[in-house]
Design a protein around this ligand. Structure first.
Ligand code: NAD
Ligand code: IPM
Ligand code: MN
Length: 370
């Protein structure tokens, strides 16, 4: 059996609480002889700042580079509001994405049958929902230069962020989206704002060209990102794969989270280019949610997004798609039994803690495994 090297980076706030449930799952998989994981642990975000005055150390970055997959919790919180911009907790996450060249962020929004009533939308709008947001993750306004605040000397300051995209960046994220669509319902919706932004004009042009050249069999449609957001809450089932830039993808995926019942339900995979020699790719798996300072330390966090992110690691990095399917089934079964963490609307359901939820999912997986 292959040994897989994982780097666990719990981070801050509920990051540590939901990561404990991944550790529980890994321990069980190792003990049961289902898989062989070697885990290392590192600090990131505020936790790293407190220890080393940086959001992630070079040593932790080296561990990330050497691992088969990085499993990331969440970073940030009001405790670090005053730290220098370069060392703020979020900088650790951004460095991981940039240095590992994780350009493709897959954010699936699936409405589990038991949670159709839990969405803020009507059940018929979200029942059976299964969409995939493909967010470009290493470009755009997150990383474009210049990125500055300048004192204009007249009591005014000027802040500049720069949105930049090159053709190759749009082509490669487009291919990820089209390839995924071929294995799903064969439809891609590209979202940008070509009516206002030059990057939107190029985005539209390049996605159209990639489609014409390589993916004519896939249905392609373009929507402006603002009305696309509106369509996402109006009739989300019109979508299969949505491909969009870094910032729009960030916003649209938080919106999509509420279609599934809670931000605590949305996992993600951040993937690099496949190495043509080894066939491997760098990857990090992270829930879409943050460190949730409002509930941190209370044992209330929903661990499903984190556990399902680990499931994406099994699928996309570790060649254990069957186990990933079983983990998804275990999550669905626990929800169907009426167990809910407090973030999910729960009339008639049993509200449980983070660890009770994690325990129930591992027990269910054990039962499914026979
Ligand atoms: P957030 O995602 O942390 O929380 C938004 C709301 O959703 C809160 O009410 C929170 O309690 C709830 N929530 C989120 N995840 C939950 C879960 N698993 N279970 C139950 N409820 C959950 O976003 P925010 O409050 O805007 O940001 C807080 C901090 O987290 C900020 O510092 C931000 O930069 C950071 N952040 C980090 C990441 C990350 O590490 N990937 C992602 C988003 C935000
Ligand atoms: C996310 C987060 C991050 C982002 C922050 C914490 C840097 O909101 O992963 O969605 O904006 O990408
Ligand atoms: Mn976000």
């Amino acid at each position: 059996m292959a040994t897989h090297k994982l780097l666990l980076l719990p981070g801050d706030g509920i990051g540590t609480e939901v990561m404990a449930e991944v550790s529980r799952l890994i321990d069980w998989l190792n003990k049961a002889g289902i898989a062989k994981f070697e885990t290392e642990h590192g600090l990131v975000g505020g936790a790293a700042y407190d220890a080393d005055k940086v959001a992630i150390t070079d040593a932790t970055m080296a561990l990330a580079q050497a691992s088969d997959a990085v499993i990331f919790g969440a970073v940030g919180g009001p405790k670090w509001d005053g730290v220098p911009y370069e060392a703020r907790p979020e900088a650790g996450l951004l460095r991981l994405r940039k240095d590992l060249a994780l350009f493709a962020n897959l954010r699936p929004a699936v409405c589990y049958p038991a949670l159709a009533e839990a969405s803020s939308l009507k059940p018929e709008v979200v029942e059976g929902l299964d969409i995939m947001i493909v967010r470009e993750l290493t470009g755009g306004v997150y990383f474009g230069e210049p990125k500055t605040i300048t004192d204009l000397g007249n009591g005014q300051k000027r802040a500049v962020d720069t949105q930049v995209y090159d053709t190759y960046e749009i082509e490669r994220i487009g291919r990820v989206a089209f390839d995924l669509a071929r294995k799903r319902r064969n439809k891609v919706t590209s979202m940008e704002k070509r009516n206002v932004m030059k990057t939107g004009v190029l985005w539209n042009e390049v996605i159209t060209a990639v489609h014409q050249r390589e993916y004519k069999d896939v249905q392609l449609e373009h929507q402006l990102a603002d009305s696309g957001g509106m369509n996402l809450v109006k009739w989300p089932k019109q979508f299969d794969v949505i491909v969009t830039d870094n910032l729009f993808g960030d916003m649209l995926s938080d919106i999509a989270a509420m279609l599934t019942g809670s931000l605590g339900m949305l996992p993600s995979a951040s993937l690099g280019e496949v190495d043509s020699k080894t066939g491997k790719r760098k990857a990090m798996y992270e829930p879409v949610h943050g460190s949730a300072p409002d509930i941190a330390g209370k044992g209330m966090a929903n661990p499903v997004a984190m556990l399902a992110s680990f499931g994406m690691a099994l699928r996309y990095s570790l060649d254990m798609g069957d186990l990933a399917d079983k983990l998804d089934a275990a999550i669905a079964a626990v929800l169907a039994k009426g167990l809910r963490t407090a973030d999910i609307k729960s009339e008639g359901a049993t509200v449980v803690s983070t660890s009770q939820m994690g325990e129930a999912i591992v027990a269910e997986l054990q039962a499914l495994h026979g």
